[in-house]
Ligand binder design. Structure first.
Ligand code: AMP
Ligand code: TRP
Length: 333
């Protein structure tokens, strides 16, 4: 009898801190979907991480509901993927504490995201401790499940590298316990840039004008694309160093349409920037329109609670076993 090949495991999550952007969609969610048949996947809503900077409770609840609906609307299939909410599996916080005890102030303060997020806080004494400890909790999120790969956007790669260091350190201190995971970033679209400042990442915190939100009014999104910053010259050419604006729009269009950049360059040859932006806006709005319709029907259907409940049960099963192993190794049991 032929032996069934065991699928490799993958895990990733997104914080429900703000409205999801086209950057999240292209850099993270679309990647998840493309992997769900080939890998055993764990995808979660990193709601504990959303508390690292102050957030209104009502807003957090709404973001969480939107995020799970978007996961489902984009095509993540709960039959294939374990979809859950981080705070439903208490082992995350518990292993997070153990990871904090095994990490150093030095390495945590070298994290780029920590430095960026705290750079313009005027009161250094009141930087929330949670934002500093964030990568230790993220390491716990990952290590509980022994994934082979962690698909993330480039900005999160450093945290996965730290997770590797913490896993190796723990394994050598207490004997083999954790699988050492690999970060996985897709080549194209791993970083989507702001439409108003194509040198900067498109993000919830960058400028509103430069950010497309997945659930925003389509006319607003179209306007943002039509007023995207472009470059000198008139060619529609992919050249990130000299033409960051046009290259960003080409990347977005290519990731959403499935056409290669060179095909798009050919199709748009000779067009002015205005017409080219119209092409991109049509592609984006088509995709968002169908996504928004699905999100509405999922939110009306009441399946969200059931999906999260089942996901939490499956995730807890794995997390519980790993945490109890860790507790034994460190001497808590
Ligand atoms: P965040 O919005 O920072 O919680 O990010 C959630 C996921 O989306 C992470 O895997 C990020 O790397 C990814 N992501 C966020 N913004 C972008 C962007 N502009 N381009 C590509 N990926 C992104
Ligand atoms: N830190 C990630 C972000 O800001 C979210 C996240 C939390 C995550 N835990 C994770 C991603 C574990 C991958 C694996 O996007």
């Amino acid at each position: 009898m032929q032996e069934q090949v065991k699928k490799k495991r993958m895990l990733s999550g997104i914080k429900p801190t703000g409205r999801l952007t086209l950057g999240n969609y292209i850099g993270a969610i679309k990647q998840f979907i493309s992997y769900q048949d080939e890998y055993e996947m764990y995808i979660f809503i990193a709601d504990l991480h959303a508390l690292t900077l102050p957030i209104d409770a009502k807003e957090l609840r709404q973001n969480t509901k939107d995020l799970i609906s978007i996961y489902l609307a984009c095509g993540l299939d709960p039959e294939k993927v374990v979809l859950f909410k981080q705070s439903d599996v208490h082992e995350h916080a518990e292993l997070g504490y153990i990871m904090a005890c095994n990490s150093y102030m030095g390495e945590l303060s070298r994290m780029t995201q920590y430095k960026d997020k705290t750079a313009n806080m005027s009161e250094k004494d009141s930087i929330p401790t949670g934002i500093f400890l964030y990568p230790a909790l993220m390491a716990a999120d990952i290590l509980l499940y022994d994934p082979d790969y962690v698909p993330v956007g480039v900005d999160q790669k450093q945290h996965v590298e730290l997770t590797r260091d913490l896993a190796i350190r723990f394994n050598s201190r207490y004997s083999d316990t954790f699988k050492v995971p690999e970060p996985l970033t897709s080549k194209q679209g791993a970083k989507v840039f702001s439409l108003s400042n194509p040198e900067k990442k498109m993000s919830k915190s960058e400028s509103d004008k430069g950010t497309i939100y997945l659930l925003d009014d389509l006319n607003v999104s179209r306007k943002k694309i039509m007023s995207a910053v472009t470059d000198l010259g008139r060619d529609i050419k992919y050249d990130p160093a000299n033409k960051p604006g046009i290259s960003n729009l080409l990347t977005i269009a290519s990731c959403l349409s499935g056409k290669s950049i060179s095909t798009l360059e050919k199709e748009c040859e000779g067009m002015g920037y205005g017409d080219f932006k119209k092409v991109v806006a049509d592609i984006v709005c088509n995709e968002l329109s169908s996504l928004q319709t699905k999100v509405a029907s999922i939110q009306a259907s009441g399946i969200i609670e059931k999906v999260l409940e089942e996901g939490a049960m499956k995730a807890s099963y794995v997390a519980r076993k790993k945490l109890s192993k860790v507790y034994r190794k460190v001497g808590l049991r």
